[in-house]
Every structure is written in C-alpha cells, then in structure tokens.
Ligand binder design. Structure first.
Ligand code: SF4
Length: 268
C-alpha cells in the first residue's frame, strides 16, 4: 500500500474515532443538563421531604457523573497520547458502556447513521485493545467468523466443524482456514452472539479476532469482558448477511499482533 493510501487510512481512522468520542462528550453534557434541570425543579419544591429525597438522588447522580467524566477524560487522554491508563481501565469501560446508548441516540438526533457511530466505537475499542494488551505472546488466539461469510449456496455445514469446508474457494472460508492453520489460531464460524459466547466459554482463548458487521461486533465487544477482542468489520458487497467478505490481511495482522505483540496493526 502506498504511503499516501496509508496516510489517508490514518486520517479516516482518526475521523472515525472522533465521531464516537465527540458523541460521548455530548452524552455526558446532556446527562449533566438533565441533572441540572432536575436540581432546578427541586429548588422550587415546597415540601421539605421531597427536597431531601430529590437532593439525595441528585447527589448520587452527580457523583456517578463525576465518575463517568473521569472515565471519559481517561479515555480521551489514553487515545490522544496512545498510552494505557491501567488504573482507570474499569472506569473507562463503565463510562463507555453507560454513555454508548446515549451517544447512539444523540447520533440519531444529529443525523448520523447508526452504523457510522458503531464503526467509530469499534475503532476506539481496537485502539484500546492495542494499548492494553500486555507485551507478551498470546498463544491461544480465536478467530470468530460470521456464518454470512460462507457462500450462500454452499451445501456444507461449517458451523459445527469448519473443516467440513471443501476448499472450493467460492467464499473466504477456505482462505480463512489456511490462514488459521498457518498462524496456529483457532477458527470457529458462528451463527450469532449466543453461539459465539458458548464457543468463547468452551475454547477459553487468550485473545479474540472477531469478524462481523458493526451491530454484532459492537454487542460482542461489550459482552465479552476480561479478554482482548479485536473487531474487524466485514465487507458486504451483496448487502447484509449474505456472501460477505473480509480483508484477510487485516485478520492476519490482528492475529500476528496478539501472537507477537511487536508489529504495528497497519491499515486496521
Ligand atoms: S470455500 Fe468452503 S465454505 Fe466456501 S463455498 Fe467452498 S466449500 Fe463452501
């Protein structure tokens, strides 16, 4: 890839991440405004009991928002300086999970496509994974691939055993199998979140490279706690859920990163 293309990719990724961060900040401000409004209502209450009750609720909400703000600032600092803040990881995770639904709602009000906001979230999450994965070689990397990668007319059932694939090359599964064998990674094709969670429980990987659409990746990344999950959005030349594709170079780079943790995840 030419350096101009790489630069364009970098700029695009930065813009993508800024969408999510911007929306998170707006979400926090929005929640603070809601609390300020509630405070204003309380101050106009005539009954002493109501005042005490509402003041207590608002105080708790305020303390929670301060926690969210700390998590958000930690996240922004971390992304800006490309440094991990280990001590704030949990708070950053809480802030992201709590503010994410509000950010999605605000994105809608601002006319942003949900897919774009989720894609931005995946970019942010991937950068955090890169920063938080400790410098050690992870041996058990699991590739979770969606079943829509399989050619829609293929007769072989590959969700139970991916090696039922006959390697005809009509879909990316054959190449994914070769890649997984070459890098000694585990590969499982799943039909949805429930099966994905079951597979993770059974196989106990140290890291996951998940391929899916924005919607499934977002929920998957949020579902799996305590494991680094690197998300790769699939390509959908024929629309969603059928005959989708994936950039194998990105999958290879992500696996190699986890296994060696010394290579740049260029282009991801
Ligand atoms: S590569 Fe495998 S999964 Fe894909 S169509 Fe051919 S046999 Fe089916």
């Amino acid at each position: 890839m030419s350096s101009i293309m790489q630069e364009m990719n970098e700029v695009e990724k930065k813009v993508k991440k800024r969408i999510f961060i911007g929306l998170l900040v707006c979400s926090l401000l929005f929640l603070v405004l809601v609390v300020a409004f509630a405070w204003w209502i309380v101050s106009r209450q005539a009954f002493y009991f109501n005042k005490i009750l509402l003041t207590s609720i608002i105080t708790v909400a305020l303390l929670f928002f301060i926690l969210l703000a700390v998590g958000l600032l930690g996240l922004i600092w971390s992304l800006w300086r490309s440094k991990d803040l280990t001590s704030l990881q949990r708070i950053m995770h809480t802030a992201t999970s709590v503010l994410f639904p509000v950010a999605l709602r605000l994105g809608k009000w601002f006319g942003l496509e949900e897919e774009k906001v989720k894609n931005s979230y995946i970019q942010v999450s991937n950068q955090l994974v890169r920063m938080q994965t400790r410098p050690q070689a992870l041996q058990k990397v699991l590739i979770l691939a969606p079943h829509c990668l399989q050619w829609s007319h293929c007769l072989y059932k590959i969700t139970i055993n991916v090696h039922n694939c006959k390697g005809c090359g009509k879909c990316p599964i054959a190449d994914l199998i070769k890649l997984a064998q070459k890098l000694e990674a585990d590969l499982v094709v799943v039909t949805g979140g429930t099966l994905a969670r079951k597979v993770v429980k059974e196989r106990r990987p140290q890291a996951i490279v998940a391929i899916a659409c924005e919607r499934d990746l977002t929920s998957g990344i949020q579902d799996i706690e305590g494991l680094p999950v690197y998300g790769i959005v699939n390509e959908r030349p024929e629309g969603p859920c059928a005959n989708t594709r994936v950039d194998l170079r990105k999958v290879e780079e992500a696996i190699s990163y986890f296994q060696h943790n010394n290579e740049k995840l260029g282009g991801l």
